[in-house]
Write a protein that binds this ligand. Sequence first.
Ligand SMILES: NC(=O)c1ccc[n+]([C@@H]2O[C@H](COP(=O)([O-])OP(=O)(O)OC[C@H]3O[C@@H](n4cnc5c(N)ncnc54)[C@H](O)[C@@H]3O)[C@@H](O)[C@H]2O)c1
Length: 260
Amino acid sequence: MATGRTHRPATRSRGIPEATVARLPLYLRALTALSERSVPTVSSEELAAAAGVNSAKLRKDFSYLGSYGTRGVGYDVEYLVYQISRELGLTQDWPIVMVGIGNLGAALANYGGFASRGFRVAALIDADPAMVGKPVAGIAVQHIDDLEKIIEENGVSIGVIATPAGAAQQVCDRLVAAGVTSILNFAPTVLSVPDGVDVRKVDLSIELQILAFHEQRKAGEEPGVGEAVVPQTAAVRGAAAPAAGGPKGPDGDLPAVMPA
Ligand SMILES: NC(=O)c1ccc[n+]([C@@H]2O[C@H](COP(=O)([O-])OP(=O)(O)OC[C@H]3O[C@@H](n4cnc5c(N)ncnc54)[C@H](O)[C@@H]3O)[C@@H](O)[C@H]2O)c1
């Protein structure tokens, strides 16, 4: 579901293409489910189906990891879990800070899936003095004034932003100045960061707009020649108007929904 941009070349230094890196978590999720069911081996076809990926692509992806499987047996599930986890840097603990502990931030903090994947929530940070000291997901919220100290003390390199859009750039700048080099941004705004800082952006409304586009196609609502699309679809309404609370609208790849 994530949409994002990273300030990295299309091929990483170790020769693994970004597109392959983006699929590794899908393989890992499918493999983890197999591992939990104590399945020892899996064929490339089975794993590709479970991950929602083409099997030829999967074999190519795994060749970058030096993993070719055994003919007639398939891939060793546990070993692949280890290999992909290592490649993704998940064999080490990653402390993260979350900034903006409102509806979304609190929901994210309560999500158990971070910890089980090696992401420890080291601190929850908010600007609202009324929030400070209150426990969310068992962690006391700290004030934004202490952001730099918190990052240094916890050796944090990954920050999550769930503030209103208007505060996101300022929070991002402070995170980066304090040493954070990877940011997961939920605020509906495009962040500017220096080279060497990775930003991934999650925007569920963009995902819904893309689904709306496909729904429209499925329903056969092809406009006739000269017929305007803009007033008729939620997708285009969303693309045409800036997202609420943000200076910039969604920046997903939506040109296909615009009138021809
Ligand atoms: N990406 C998505 O799919 C998605 C989904 C829902 C919401 N959002 C976005 O997430 C953000 C949060 O939404 P919400 O519903 O939780 O809002 P909210 O108003 O409930 O929470 C925002 C929190 O940020 C805090 N905050 C404001 N300025 C701050 C600053 N400078 N430093 C630290 N904290 C600050 C506020 O005190 C508040 O607790 C919004 O930008 C919203 O548009 C994104």
